[in-house]
Design a protein around this ligand. Structure first.
Ligand code: PLP
Length: 387
């Protein structure tokens, strides 16, 4: 039986929270119309723009990541609008559902789970749209359910060439893990959530909105009230919120963004990249296979196939023996894969520990020999050194 109270979260959200951020979170709440709170809104907003690499408005909504994505869709589009939805996993599927729920006409571009979306398909369909009927392209950058990162840089360049269509992007597990230069790629709507790369507990979501998206918002006729972004923009001009925000999460956000600024964007991206490489390469030494196409591995999460072994049993064993929580497969992947989250406040030690826990469990099951277990650690150490 593992010692309790030392849970290691290695799932793609909620992610571990630094002590300093927990301390900020645990303060007594203050009035959300006070000068003190307005100062916090001002500083967090500036730092959010830094994180998004943008001059666009970045709004904070009390709600999970899905709220920000839904807001992006209902604020910029109208009933019957034609949109492209990229779908290569569970989150892609969700945005198709949301779009249909609001009466949008969805053109689906899909690819098998584990594979990336093909940018050339976006190009072809956007180029064929001579009448400019496509109003938005909706897609997930890092598909958390499969561990695949889609080539957003190339896809966004095709969206720009179309000129009319907005880009509405789920960057929930890419923002704060790898480069998402919102201005450079001219991304119109970028959605993210607090319990992922931000290193704070769940409950806040963020949405960056371009000038072009604000113009589209003037014409949008889909119903909205709580998620009407114009209310958020209006109150942000006086560093305020339209409704009572999750005050303590904003304390936490202020602290975590300061930590991120201290580390620096490049270092944050390098850290996630080396953890991805250490994880994925170590796993191969353990005779396990990656689920995602190796050229498109997400920096936030590694999905691992377990072959004959039941992935759910394997995950439970690791939880019981080591108190490390790994994520399972979703839908048809349940029992087939497990997923290791390495997003946010994750250190080299966490990576070494999880690889050791996986190796140890495989050794117990007689699936590998000690040499392979050693090999996996050696490989991981090599990648971890590379900074
Ligand atoms: C976690 C996640 C979301 C948001 O989910 P919520 O539960 O609403 O916070 C959206 N997209 C991706 C890719 C995610 O990983």
């Amino acid at each position: 039986m593992a010692i309790q109270q030392k849970l290691s979260l290695m799932i793609p959200g909620p992610t571990p929270v630094p002590e300093k951020v927990l301390q900020a979170f645990s303060k007594h709440p203050i009035g959300h119309r006070s000068k003190e709170f307005q100062d916090l809104v001002e500083s967090t907003t500036k730092n959010l723009q830094w994180l998004h690499q943008t001059q666009n408005d970045v709004l904070t909504i009390t709600g999970s990541g899905t709220a920000a994505m839904e807001a992006g869709i209902i604020n910029t589009l109208s009933k019957g609008d034609k949109v492209i939805c990229g779908e290569n996993g569970k989150f892609g599927e969700r945005w198709v559902k949301v779009a249909k729920e609001f009466g949008l006409e969805v053109i689906k571009i899909d690819s098998e789970w584990g594979n990336p979306l093909d940018p050339e398909e976006f190009k072809r369909i956007l180029e064929e749209d001579k009448l400019k009927e496509i109003k938005a392209v909706i897609l997930t950058h890092s598909e958390t359910s499969t561990g695949v990162i889609n080539d957003l840089e190339t896809i966004s360049s095709y969206i720009r060439e179309h000129k009319t269509a907005l880009s509405i992007i789920d960057c929930v597990t890419s923002l704060g893990a790898c480069n998402v230069p919102v201005d450079k790629w001219q991304l119109d709507i970028v959605a993210s959530g607090s319990q992922k790369g931000y290193m704070i507990p769940p409950g806040l979501s963020f949405i960056s909105v371009s000038q072009k998206a604000w113009e589209a918002a003037e014409k949008s006729n889909l119903p909205k009230f709580y998620l009407n972004l114009k209310s958020y923009r209006k109150s942000l001009s006086s560093n305020s919120n339209p409704y009572t925000p999750a005050v303590n999460l904003v304390f936490a956000l202020d602290e975590s963004l300061k930590m991120m600024r201290e580390e620096g964007l490049d270092n944050i991206f390098l850290r996630h990249n080396k953890h991805k490489l250490a994880m994925s390469n170590a796993v191969k030494a353990l005779d396990l296979n990656l689920f995602a196409d190796e050229k498109y591995l997400s920096p936030a999460i590694t999905a691992i196939k377990t072959g004959e072994m039941d992935a759910e049993e394997f995950r439970k064993t690791i939880k019981n023996k080591f108190d490390i929580l790994l994520a399972g497969g979703q839908d048809q992947l349940k029992g087939e894969i497990f997923r290791v989250g390495h997003l946010g406040y994750v250190s080299d030690r966490d990576i070494i520990t999880v690889i050791s826990a996986i190796s140890n469990t495989l050794l117990d099951l007689g699936q590998i020999n000690t040499q392979q277990a050693g090999e996996a650690l050696l490989i991981a150490s090599k990648y971890l050194k590379s900074d």
